[in-house]
Design a protein around this ligand. Sequence first.
Ligand SMILES: Cc1cc2nc3c(=O)[nH]c(=O)nc-3n(C[C@H](O)[C@H](O)[C@H](O)COP(=O)(O)OP(=O)(O)OC[C@H]3O[C@@H](n4cnc5c(N)ncnc54)[C@H](O)[C@@H]3O)c2cc1C
Length: 434
Amino acid sequence: MVAQKLPPEPKALRVAIIGGGPAGLGAAIALSALPNVQVDIYEKAQVLREVGAGIRIGYNGWKVLELLGAADKITGHLKNSVTHRNGLNGNVVGGTGESSFPLQYQPRRVRRTRLQSGLVSTVPEGVIHLNKGVASIEDIFNGGVKVNFQDGTYTTVDLVVGADGIRSVVRDSIFPDHTIKFTGTTIWRTLIPITSVKDIGPEVYAGTSWWFGTAGHVYFSPVDDKNELGEEERQFEISCRNLVDPATDTTKRFSWGVPATNERVVSHFTDYDPRVREALSRVPEGNWKEFAAFAGPRLETLHGWDKVVLLGDASHPLSGAFGSGAAFALEDGWVLARAIEHTRGAPKGLAKALQVFDAIRSPYYLRMYEYLDGQKDKTQSAQQSSEDQSFEAKLKIRVSSFGGEKFLPWIYHNDIEKVWDEYLIGETSTNGVH
Ligand SMILES: Cc1cc2nc3c(=O)[nH]c(=O)nc-3n(C[C@H](O)[C@H](O)[C@H](O)COP(=O)(O)OP(=O)(O)OC[C@H]3O[C@@H](n4cnc5c(N)ncnc54)[C@H](O)[C@@H]3O)c2cc1C
């Protein structure tokens, strides 16, 4: 009997993922599922700890979490009502109702730690290396990439995945001219027991609400599933924003999660409705974390050197715009794995995979940047034409211009598996194969 000749096994692919946030963890899960791919995550923190408070997960997020096998591990508050209020007097100026999606795809506000632990527990054992900050990466001509760690050690790999967030060292290495800047927005976030604000009234504690002021807003939301935890265990998120003119601001800003005093936080919201001020006063000293929002221009391409690719906030430094960055980060990782699987074994397969990834994700991020530019222009002209109107009238115009879920289905209703299938169909028809 003649032995059947099997196709050669593709050479093992060594991948270093820099950063253990949603982008890095999602990519590790998706890439580890491919045969003959050796994946390691290098994370600078000593402990994987998510310092934000809550995070929104909607249809696009649940879809990709399902593909990664982590959706069932994550739960949170079902956002079945969202109210927009004039933060100065509490008047309702807008809001959204229930979602039409099946329950498992409806938007939820989730503790960030739950998203993180759901992902971490899905990453195969031994993949995550903590306390391994990356200092730089180097292109080894005709070879792989050298990853230099802050502790003086190094490793060499075939592919570097830059999932190291908005202040990406990997991005600095492949695109040294790209810079990010303070946007003018400062955010303070905390979680407190829901019981500590219950007596203020249902308009504060019962659902998700935005209280807008003249230079920012205060956001309230439960973050736990009523069906899972008793009231005593449930947490409540408060997230406040204040905007200053970045051109005139001279304060030193830190990007992510520094402690802030109660005095500092409440000083920005003294003219707000008494219910808002009361809720802020219930936060125990030492609980607030401050985040300065940084953003940068769009990258023309999301890969470099044919062996380095950027995912998540490193790839589109948008500073939390659209409130869906975790889903974008997870989608990036899943698509990267599909692209690598698709081109594996072909000549220059890795370089092709990065081009495929870029062909899918770059236009998507371009669309987001263009949308934001358009919104800026619209808000400016609406404000100019309503110069003589009251704060509340202007607020109503602003709130009605928000591109909510319904108006941005290409973001909030994105189904990344469908996007991939459509890419394959497009590729087949351009190659003339039917
Ligand atoms: C105020 C605010 C609210 C938001 N709300 C939402 C929301 O409701 N829903 C949502 O989906 N998204 C939201 N986002 C966006 C979301 O948080 C981010 O898009 C998401 O965390 C991006 O994931 P990431 O893995 O790309 O980056 P990150 O979460 O920033 O993770 C990067 C990781 O890389 C590590 N790292 C950095 N440098 C190095 C290095 N040199 N070496 C090794 N490791 C390194 C970091 O320690 C970190 O663990 C919000 C963002 C902001 C600012």
